[in-house]
Design a protein around this ligand. Sequence first.
Ligand code: NAD
Length: 411
Amino acid sequence: MSDQSKGKTIEFTDAGKVKPTDYPIIPFIEGDGVGPDIWAAAQPVFDSAVEIAYGSSKKIEWKEVYAGEKAQQKLGSYLPDESLKEIETHQIAIKGPLTTPVGGGFRSLNVALRQIFDLYACVRPIRYFDGVPAPVKHPEKINMVVFRENTEDVYSGIEFESGSSECAKLISFLKNELGKDQLRDDAGIGIKPISPFGSKRLIERAIQYAIENNRSSVTLVHKGNIMKFTEGAFAKWGYELAQEKYADQVITEAQLYDDYNGKAPAGKIVIKDRIADAMFQQALLRPDEYDVLATTNLNGDYLSDALIAQVGGLGLGPGANMGKTLAIFEATHGTAPKYTGMDKVNPGSVILSGVMMLEHLGWNQAATLITNALQKTISNKTVTYDLERQMDGAKLLKCSEFGQTIVQNMR
Ligand code: NAD
């Protein structure tokens, strides 16, 4: 039997976990700009890791699907229905960056994918690889996983332009019906919806992750001192959810000090909250006190980029957008258009997103092989331009060579 015919769509348990699988079909989107370069470097890394870990007993069957410029050229649409159908069928995908089409009818293809599949959690693990040039004194203290709410907040697309008739209507309603006299008549207006449904399902996912991965705390990040009914409510609903669903497995920070003298009992996860601006300070000053973070959409966007910058930058920042069962793993940087086709940029982001994907499949051995080989490649100072220019005595590798070196370092 050929490998081709062994490919299967992944299946899920009632709890939404991937059932053990040996030959999953996984759609991939190369992406635009540097996407084809980083994908070409990354795919052999995944295949080699799986082969070294499991021989021929497991293999990914890759299936290319089109989105972005390649889709527009081949199929006349930036986000063709065929591609969406493939992703929905297989419940998993991995992608490179996509250009935001100018005048293409999309705010952003990434936002469209998140909305179409209700990928409500943007998950970004942020850790330090020894030897990576970093702007802070102790980057090794950073090991956090950000769960950012992906569907609500000022990202929900309810925005009215200054001077438009819709905006005038809304301002008049807010002034006349709701007494908000302080509004300026020429303001543009964005709406910030945050619901208990959206907040609780995101926070549940963060707590569940903390439990399954032996993490010590979940911090609810919000700006509730100012925006009480949106940001403040996010934290309030988080504490409620923790009590409703995880009463035996969590304690609050107040309980930690009142009842346990500041030392969490074994197996208990501490639920705490921080005002967003204070959290940015804490991330710089006391990063080792934070573990899993659950955030509203905008705060999470800012915070995850700031955290990744502390440990060496964009080229090493993985991410996944996850729904109830469907998950899309992605390089978190953009298309870096000025480096298109130059075989130059760091493929680390998509490689580490693939590590997340392998863990999602339960293929932890293959995932660990890649992480260790990436660490070895960086420790040996054989790196792409973004790291090489900041490291003394490093050897400059092309994007493809960096992938090949990771493969060699796995063997
Ligand atoms: P960008 O992330 O593409 O690039 C900014 C700079 O970061 C680059 O010039 C480069 O110096 C550096 N960089 C990015 N990726 C790198 C890598 N792998 N290795 C080394 N250095 C790297 O951001 P931008 O220029 O603001 O956006 C370009 C396009 O990408 C836009 O169309 C934007 O909408 C899109 N975008 C897509 C995604 C996505 O698909 N997830 C995310 C952000 C931006």
